[in-house]
Design a protein around this ligand. Structure first.
Ligand code: FES
Length: 386
């Protein structure tokens, strides 16, 4: 044993003795060319995560009453980054004196992104979406975030059979998911329940019918109209059981809150694990208050200080955007952490069920302005937007 140790010790000594001459020889044999500043891995990382992109609107198409499709290309000519079907981008533009941004699910497929094509479906609901539906035209320019979001299929977590339930404009992420499956980029089997008032309000019906020839199963559910070939009513447990084994599927829901509440109640008796029911996050909007008070909000961004009005019923992010303050945002639902800001003073409340902060954030006084409402004058320090 000791003898072995001595041998190894001796060999180590020899190696150590040759260390410097070996290193010199390696340096002399090396290329005199300087090391590249930009490695392939850096270029790939930039392709996948370009941050904010300058984009131009190339086409506008009315889908159904109150819903428009907008198609974009990147101005620098690069392709859009490949993304996971179901993800969203945040679109930003100045509207009047405000700098506004909103997240929209991507409708086009990840493969189309590589051809510099990215499409969004926008329902005419709210300030920015209404403006997009009525005012924009091809050639208009915007800023767009890179694709983000957790509302997508995950092989290790989700069942192979996915059941997607869309209400109204909530169809948009599922168009991308169906296209991605048809193009062979996703391995799931997709059954889509698409609920609308009547057939005239089913956006993308022709595209969905075409996708049924490539493996998609669609069940149209009309609440106000009875027609052969369509289910009537709402997506109830009985309707689900007619088409799928509820215990052997992962559910993806996208639509209005009323739909989440209804479908959630229908699925509750099955006792499915939390991970089996995925809901797309919706933006945090204004609160309904009888007589909302108005407070002063002081915002620090780097060396600039802004003082503005903030109403009790609107989020700090909305107040900043209304005042033209360049505040960062992506999901507007408290989930992505992109607007993560330091609280410096004042009382506030956070929207129910939207507090996505980590324990450390709560302890050290950070807030997400997209889901935070003022209850007094407030002061916050916001990271600079890109
Ligand atoms: S924008 Fe995503 S957490 Fe605020």
């Amino acid at each position: 044993m000791n003898f072995k140790k001595q041998i190894f010790g001796f060999m180590d000594m020899l190696r150590f003795k040759k260390l410097v001459p070996n290193r010199r020889a390696a340096l002399e044999a090396g290329s005199p060319e300087p090391l590249p500043r930009d490695y392939r891995v850096n270029q790939q990382a930039r392709r996948l995560h370009p941050g904010m992109m300058e984009v131009e609107l190339t086409a506008v198409r009315v889908l159904v009453p109150g819903m428009t499709e907008l198609t974009f290309k990147r101005l620098d000519g690069d392709a859009f980054p490949f993304f996971r079907a179901g993800q969203y981008v945040s679109l930003q533009a100045p509207v009047g004196d405000s700098l506004v941004s909103r997240p929209y699910s991507i409708v086009s497929s990840p493969r189309q992104a590589l051809e510099n094509v990215l499409t969004l479906g926008v329902a005419d609901a709210g300030f920015f979406s209404g403006w997009l539906n009525r005012e924009v035209k091809p050639g208009d320019r915007f800023r767009m975030s890179e694709p983000s979001g957790e509302f997508h299929y995950e092989t290790l977590r989700d069942k192979k059979q996915i059941v997607c339930i869309a209400g109204g404009a909530g169809i948009t992420p599922f168009i991308s998911m169906a296209r991605s499956m048809a193009e062979g980029d996703e391995s799931y089997e997709m059954l889509l329940f698409y609920g609308a008032r009547d057939e005239a309000h089913l956006a993308y019906k022709a595209e969905l019918d075409a996708l049924t020839r490539k493996g998609l199963r669609v069940v149209y559910v009309l609440s106000d109209e009875e027609k052969p070939g369509f289910e009537h009513g709402f997506v109830s447990a009985a309707l689900l059981e007619k088409y799928v084994d509820v215990h052997n599927a992962t559910f993806f829901l996208c639509g209005p809150k009323a739909m989440y509440d209804f479908v959630g109640a229908q699925l509750a008796p099955y006792g499915l694990p939390v991970k089996a029911i995925r809901r797309d996050a919706t933006c945090c909007g204004d609160l309904t208050l009888d007589a909302p008070r108005c407070f002063k909000l002081t915002v620090h961004i780097r060396d600039k200080v802004y003082t503005l009005d903030a109403a009790e019923n609107e989020t700090l992010l909305t107040a900043m955007e209304r005042a033209g303050v360049p505040a960062p945002s992506k999901c507007r639902a408290g989930g992505c952490g992109y607007c993560h800001s330091k609280w410096l003073g004042g009382e506030f409340r956070i929207a129910d069920g939207r507090d996505g902060r980590r324990e450390a954030d709560r302890k050290f006084g950070f807030v997400h302005p997209c889901v935070t409402y003022p209850l007094s004058d407030m002061e916050i320090e916001v990271p600079a937007a890109e």
